[in-house]
Design a protein around this ligand. Structure first.
Ligand SMILES: CC(=O)N[C@H]1[C@@H](OP(=O)(O)OP(=O)(O)OC[C@H]2O[C@@H](n3ccc(=O)[nH]c3=O)[C@H](O)[C@@H]2O)O[C@H](CO)[C@@H](O)[C@@H]1O
Ligand SMILES: C=C(OP(=O)(O)O)C(=O)O
Length: 419
């Protein structure tokens, strides 16, 4: 099985180009099902999750052209004839549940396998179901499938009791073709929601308020083909910037979206990094210095993203001082802790809080990746560890980072993939 081997001790320097966002491209690919003509998506990252989504769309009957070198995907949904998202695909990628809203709105029926639990928490889909029911869908869950039906969805008032990115996306997509107006309250405000809304608007949807906690959608009779370029990946960006800060280097992320990274950049400044922002570039400068410990509390956007928690924990492992990290979004997102401790980190967990005492040195060891961002945190720790760190089960990494070892090598890291 493939592994990544990192030899620590090199401060990262240089420029790295950010790819399109995984968490934007996946819902956008699902949204193409709503159109009555081909939709062209640009700035598509080459990720395992993208390939899985393409397989899912093809399984439904869509014709998909994937130009990997051009980072472009064209989906023609006109031949869609199946409404079933099978377990084999859904179990490898939770975001598959995002075909539920589009299939229901466009074809009046959807059968989507329940995604099931995964490493970071139980991740139920009750909010997705309740929201679609508020638009008139009849939904049952049996034999491991969500079965949804609706003659035509009608606009409704959805009030989320908890903020959910995926449920907001599912109901937003469904509402575009519903009869009448839908109000979504306590909507997620993530930049990926805004990007999805922009793509839907280009397809002819009538949406206001995406990026705020109230979204208003006026249903239209049909959506047309369109072109849309995916927003820059803020989590990938943040991961490289943390790598710069941890290693005492200086890195510029290009093709980035600084406006989506407020909370992350604030914490990097608190850690002692110089942060310079230009239109689509962010430079983090920690030249020759050790980061200071920074406390983290994850929360929905614009708060500190849970998808950056593991990376900041890696930074805190080698920082000067003691930090607390509170994970408020997922109940089991500390899977990286035991692995970081194998590298010599000093971390104590008490429920949703981890207390990290910075140590002067980490030492390389074999470690195992447990989920996507946990894998990233192990690479970051490996960049600071003495000797070699070998990371196993890197298929998690390939779900969400495009050529991470190539990009880090470009910044001077000693990192390679074997097997
Ligand atoms: C593909 C994608 O975009 N993934 C992101 C998305 O995941 P995802 O959309 O799955 O995350 P949600 O925002 O839905 O989850 C937030 C919390 O709500 C809970 N919940 C969610 C839905 C539901 O029906 N019932 C329920 O209880 C979840 O278990 C979790 O505790 O947002 C997360 C939170 O920013 C990120 O970490 C993921 O990277
Ligand atoms: C948890 C993540 O993704 P997913 O929702 O696809 O599992 C992530 O991107 O960190």
């Amino acid at each position: 099985m493939a592994k990544i081997i990192v030899t620590g001790g090199v401060p990262l320097r240089g420029e790295v180009r950010v790819s399109g966002a995984k968490n934007a491209v996946l819902p956008i690919l699902c949204a193409t099902l709503l159109a009555d003509a081909p939709v062209e998506i640009g700035n598509v990252p080459h990720l395992h999750d993208v390939l899985t989504t393409i397989k899912l769309l093809e399984g439904l009957g869509a014709a998909v052209e994937h130009d990997v070198a051009g980072a472009r995907v064209v989906v023609d949904p006109r031949a869609v004839h199946s409404h079933v998202a099978p377990y084999e695909l859904v179990r490898t990628m939770r975001a598959s549940v995002l075909v539920l809203g589009p299939l229901l709105a466009r074809f009046g029926a959807a059968e989507v396998s329940l995604p099931g639990g995964c490493a970071i928490g139980a991740r139920p889909v009750d909010l997705h179901i309740k929201a679609l029911e508020a638009l008139g869908a009849e939904i049952s869950v049996e034999h491991g499938f969500i079965r949804a039906r609706a003659e035509r969805l009608r606009g409704g008032h959805v009030v989320f009791e908890t903020i959910s990115v995926g449920a907001t996306e599912n109901v937003l997509m469904a509402a575009t073709l519903a009869e009448g107006t839908t109000l979504i309250d306590n909507a997620a405000r993530e930049p990926e929601i805004v990007d999805l809304a922009e793509c839907l608007i280009a397809m002819g949807a009538d949406i206001r308020g995406a990026g705020t906690s109230r979204i208003e959608v006026r249903g239209v009779a049909k959506l047309r083909g369109a072109r849309h370029a995916v927003i820059a990946d803020r989590i990938e960006t943040g991961t490289f910037l943390v790598a710069a800060a941890m290693t005492g280097g200086r890195v510029t992320a290009t093709a980035a979206r600084p406006d989506t990274l407020g909370a992350v950049l604030d914490r990097l400044r608190q850690a002692g990094a110089g942060v310079e922002i230009a239109a689509d570039r962010i430079t983090v400068d920690m030249e020759g210095r050790r980061p200071r410990a920074v406390d983290i509390v994850t929360s929905p956007h614009p708060g500190f993203p849970t998808d950056m928690q593991a990376q900041f924990m890696a930074l805190d492992c080698v920082a000067d001082g003691t930090a607390t990290i509170d994970e408020t979004i997922f109940e089991n997102r500390f899977m990286h802790v035991n692995e970081l401790m194998r590298l010599g980190a000093d971390i104590a967990i008490d429920g949703p809080r981890a207390t990290v005492r910075g140590v002067a040195r980490l030492s390389g060891a074999p470690v195992m990746a447990t989920d996507l961002r946990a894998s990233a945190s192990l690479i970051l720790a490996g960049l600071m560890a003495e000797g070699e760190t070998t990371i196993d089960r890197i298929y998690h990494l390939d779900r969400g980072y495009e050529h991470i070892e190539r990009k880090l090598s470009g910044l001077g890291a000693r990192i390679r993939r074997v097997g």
